[in-house]
Design a protein around this ligand. Structure first.
Ligand code: SAM
Length: 226
């Protein structure tokens, strides 16, 4: 399951579920000085980003004035880690509008990853218990960055990838936004909010794509960007 093979970021795969990464830290042999850390590029803020107002329905979005090449890790999605057991379709937790779910109770890949580590049996048990009953979210409401302003698209130009640093607990998750297509200057930066959110917001979503999600009538709710 783990490998050092390069990952080809394409818009046809859902990388969030398929790939997880690890970043060096002061706990590694390189003492965090390694120049190959996956968090290095997103934290360098290589791309000028501006916020713009799309329309009344979409509100504000973000875009860059320069080309962002496919495969580039562009920024971290910054937020506070929150553990919530919520019914996403009926929640009145206001922050759900901006929070991004980073763990799923049925996330077998994550559980297998914990099993593969050389952590002690007790620590592995603790990690599995943490993930077993609660879903964790990165909530940018109080402490966040521009990533929280990205709009939803059913054919998003960025995907989010979980990168663990130092350990495998929810508190060690960094969420990195990676371009999955070349994003031309001025193009709105979009992510897929996921099926649960799409269902919750299905009567107000418009993303200008003809992609069909796992619920009926989605195409009806996806007129073009304007
Ligand atoms: C994470 S916020 C994005 C920033 C937001 N546009 C703003 O101005 O604060 C998510 C909210 O933006 C709006 N939104 C984002 N993408 C949308 C889309 N494709 N269609 C309609 N509304 C969208 C919805 O109101 C959604 O609840």
């Amino acid at each position: 399951m783990t490998s050092f093979e390069p990952i080809h970021f394409t818009s046809t795969d859902i990388h969030f579920y398929q790939h997880m990464g690890f970043a060096c830290s002061e706990l590694c042999g390189c003492e965090g000085k390694c120049t190959n850390s996956v968090l290095m590029i997103p934290n360098k803020r290589l791309f000028p980003i501006e916020m713009f107002r799309s329309n009344e329905k979409l509100g504000f979005g973000v875009r860059s004035s320069v080309l962002i090449p496919a495969g580039t890790p562009v920024t971290e999605f910054v937020g506070e880690i929150i553990g919530e057991q919520i019914d996403i379709e009926n929640t009145n937790w206001n922050n759900i509008e901006y929070a991004y779910q980073v763990t799923y109770v049925k996330d077998d890949v994550l559980k297998q990853l914990v099993d593969q580590t050389n952590f002690s049996k007790n620590y592995k048990g603790l990690l599995k218990d943490l993930y077993a009953n609660i879903s964790y979210y990165l909530d940018p409401t109080v402490c966040g960055n521009y990533a929280r302003m990205a709009s939803h698209s059913c054919a998003a130009n960025m995907d989010l990838v979980r990168i663990f640093q130092k350990s495998l607990s929810p508190a060690h998750i960094h969420l990195v936004m990676v371009a999955v297509t070349d994003i031309f200057p001025g193009t709105p930066i979009t992510i897929d909010y996921g099926n649960d959110n799409a269902t919750r917001l299905k009567n107000k979503f418009e993303c200008g794509t003809q992609h069909i999600l796992n619920f009926q009538d989605t195409t009806k709710n996806c007129p073009t960007w304007n």
